[in-house]
Design a protein around this ligand. Structure first.
Ligand code: HDE
Length: 695
């Protein structure tokens, strides 16, 4: 090849130059160098295409097969690499390698997801979020495949296909995508009272997380930790976000979906790019049989929590996500999380939902990834031990579709004695280091039954609702009104109101009022409904994880021609000093002439960066620019939404007419620029009753 080649494109003989020194030679998948990547092989310039064109056929053939089946649930996801660091040894409780030494680090890959929508759906529907962590420990991979909500809809895995069919788009019409506000979902829920506790969470602000970094994560089920002596301790896992819990307001969420369907994925990518690494503490609730037996619910029932006030969460580590994947498909899409993948020192409880999951995930990978060798894909491969054959796993399993390894020797069976003859003998079991299942005593008749201890479906739903801040209670009631208003079959709404009466009379009344319906008699309950002690730890608003800070937050600054350069500089400096990240937003991005004659390249354009995409808003305008923007609906809406979404608004005098036109009323959160950085650290929940009627 020469250094510089003139290539012929298909555009009527137009040519372009490339320097080959900058690029390696393009090849086919079997390594043959390619001479022309612009034209198919033809019989004559205007003649038919020839079948022998391997370069074209291979390229299109590969393209035609680029997609694999998306996940049946949790199809829409985003992920990042990072590490887990043990901050408190659990060596007395478990032999799990990653918990042995304070300061010990273990690589992780963590994927966040929505549940119901397809892979191309929006990031911000009202939905539960998946929170799946793959720990590449030295003793094998441990997948802690949890959610951002500590309970689940159903108690027994046999109902999972029904739940998901009911939640996903309706079978005949193919909609709605990524939304539970439709007949079939609420039909199923109304007939499954065990889902009521989860419904309280699903209708709360928990299903509208601001970003992935602002979510809690939960292992949901009760697991076991097993120590050197073989003693088992029950455990529930919790991830506590360092950035604090934060959610969006429904109207804001809907607008984010239109403005940026990839809002949370983009945030994860950009956050990591800025070095603002999403971080969580890992907490454990540890307990024994005696504690379990003393509670008024069953710890094997995944529709129940153990309130933190009853059993505190002990922090034992932290997870930092500091590297975005190089390739979405190879890593995020091909990552296979399998809850049955545990390591020595971690075991399962008899939770029937967990037990059902232990079968499902490997099964689904076989249809999604298409091979029993999915564990060999780099993202799924264990990293802990380097074995004699150069891979981190070693056994006598062989062959299969897409086998990547070429194990040496004849020892594809065990036991064998080939090592005695100097040949490779392969690996052997090790009773002292190998995984040992906790030998729990089990007895009973084989029957398809639900235990009596799973019968109470309402006490914890009530506990959750009554633990909420009044603003959160209003959001739950309003979400129920919204969702049930989209239910077209009247009897389903009635059934839901009947269930809600068992949760809380006031909630049921508020929802019935919002629907303009009569309250039906309460539905029958299988067990008495208890008034449990409220758990304020469950709150987001005014709760223990609500953080008033600019750290990890994005501040939007609306500017236009003639914006005061000094004022802008001061606001940006104050935001940076407080640990925040600011972006300038202008009607035209290329060059904004400022008051001092300088020109600024704005970070974003007004139409493309509505105020829903930022956490707080500053408006710095010259008198003339403000006058022009009064005629620009996008600018008026920018400010109106900032106010309606309870955000801080900092402004200079020049911006006042725009605020007036947007209906901004003076309150604690509407401040001059000097007070803005402090005001921007929170939302103004007390403003809410002034800007919208809630149920
Ligand atoms: Fe899943 N779930 N699930 N699930 N789940 C899947 O596995 C399933 C459940 C969760 O980022 C699937 O690889 C059954 C609870 C997450 O790739 C599938 C039951 C919790 C993810 C599956 C449940 C979860 C999945 C689909 C009832 C919270 C995404 C694709 C017993 C503790 C992981 C796949 C990722 C994915 C089955 C219930 C969390 C079909 C049968 C409870 C975070 O195997």
């Amino acid at each position: 090849m020469t250094d510089s080649t003139v290539r012929t494109t298909g555009n009527g003989g137009e040519t372009h130059q490339t320097t080959d020194a900058d690029h390696p030679v393009l090849t086919t998948n079997h390594g043959t160098p390619v001479s022309d990547n612009q034209n198919q092989l033809k019989a004559g310039p205007r003649g038919p295409v020839l079948l022998e064109d391997e370069v074209y056929r291979e390229k299109i053939n590969h393209f035609d097969h680029e997609r694999i089946p998306e996940r049946i649930v949790h199809a829409r996801g985003s992920a990042a690499h990072g590490y887990f660091e043990c901050t408190e040894s659990l060596a007395d409780i478990t032999v799990a390698d990653l918990f042995q030494r304070k300061g010990q680090r273990t690589e992780v890959f963590t994927r966040f997801s929505t549940v119901a929508g397809g892979a191309g759906s929006i990031d911000t529907p009202r939905d539960v979020r998946g929170f799946a962590v793959k720990f590449y420990t030295r003793e094998g991979n441990w997948d802690l495949v949890g959610n951002n909500i500590p309970v689940f809809f159903i108690q027994d895995a046999i109902k999972f296909p029904d739940l998901i069919h009911a939640a996903k788009m309706e079978a005949d019409r193919g909609y709605p995508q990524a939304a539970t506000a439709h007949d079939t979902f609420w039909d199923f829920i109304s007939l499954m009272p065990e889902s009521t506790h989860m419904i309280m969470w699903a209708m709360s602000d928990r299903t509208l997380p601001r970003t992935f970094a602002n979510m809690e994560g939960f292992g949901v089920h009760t697991f076991r930790l097993i120590n050197q002596e073989g003693k088992s301790t029950f455990v529930k896992f919790h991830w506590k976000p360092k950035a604090g819990l934060a959610s969006t307001i429904w109207d804001e969420t809907v607008k984010i979906s239109g403005a940026d369907p990839d809002f949370q994925r983009r945030d994860l990518f950009e956050r990591i790019g800025r070095g603002d690494y999403p971080t969580w503490e890992l907490g454990v609730q540890l307990f024994d049989e005696a504690f379990a037996n003393s509670q008024p619910y069953d710890v094997l029932d995944a529709t129940k929590i153990i309130p933190e006030e009853v059993l505190p969460v002990k922090i034992v580590g932290r997870m930092v996500l500091d590297r975005y994947p190089d390739n979405y498909f190879a890593e995020t899409e091909q990552a296979a999380f399998v809850p049955s993948h545990v390591v020595p020192g971690i075991g399962f409880s008899n939770d029937p939902l967990l037990q059902g999951r232990l079968f499902s995930y490997t099964d689904t990978q076989l249809s999604r990834l298409g091979s029993v060798n999915f564990h060999q894909l780099p993202i799924n491969a264990a990293k802990g031990r380097a074995s004699a054959v150069g891979c981190p796993f070693i056994n006598q399993q062989r062959d299969g579709h897409m086998q990547m390894a070429a194990p040496k020797g004849r020892a594809n069976y065990e036991p064998n004695s080939l090592a005695r003859a100097g040949e490779l003998g392969g690996a052997r079991e090790d009773p002292s280091k190998g995984y040992v299942t906790f030998p729990s005593d089990e007895e009973g008749q084989k029957r398809r039954v639900r235990p009596e201890s799973f019968a109470d479906h309402y006490s914890q739903a009530r506990l959750f609702f009554r633990s909420m801040d009044p603003a959160e209670q209003a959001h739950i009631a309003s979400a129920l009104v919204f969702e049930l208003s989209k239910v077209s079959l009247e009897h389903i709404r009635v059934a839901m109101l009947a269930n809600l009466r068992n949760v809380d009379e006031e909630l049921a009344t508020r929802v019935a009022d919002g629907l303009a319906m009569e309250l039906p008699p309460p539905s029958p309950t299988a067990a008495p409904v208890l008034d449990m002690e409220p758990s304020p730890a469950l709150r987001i608003i005014r709760g223990p994880l609500e953080r008033h800070t600019l750290e990890g937050r994005t501040i939007g600054i609306l500017i236009a021609d003639g914006t005061d350069a000094g004022e802008l500089k001061k606001v940006m400096a104050a935001v940076t000093q407080a640990g925040g990240h600011s972006i300038t937003i202008a009607p035209k991005v290329g060059a904004v002439p400022l008051s001092d004659g300088s020109k600024l390249k704005a970070d974003a354009q007004l139409f493309g960066q509505p105020s829903v995409t930022v956490d707080a808003c500053a408006v710095i305008l010259s008198d003339d620019a403000c006058k022009n923007l009064l005629k620009e609906g996008a600018a008026v809406q920018w400010v109106m939404d900032a106010f309606g979404h309870l955000k801080a608004i900092g402004h200079n005098a020049g911006a006042q007419p725009l605020l007036d036109k947007a209906g901004v009323e003076l309150d604690e959160g509407v401040v001059d620029l000097g007070a803005f950085a402090k005001a921007a650290t929170k939302r103004y929940w007390d403003r809410e009753p002034k800007v919208r009627t809630l149920a």
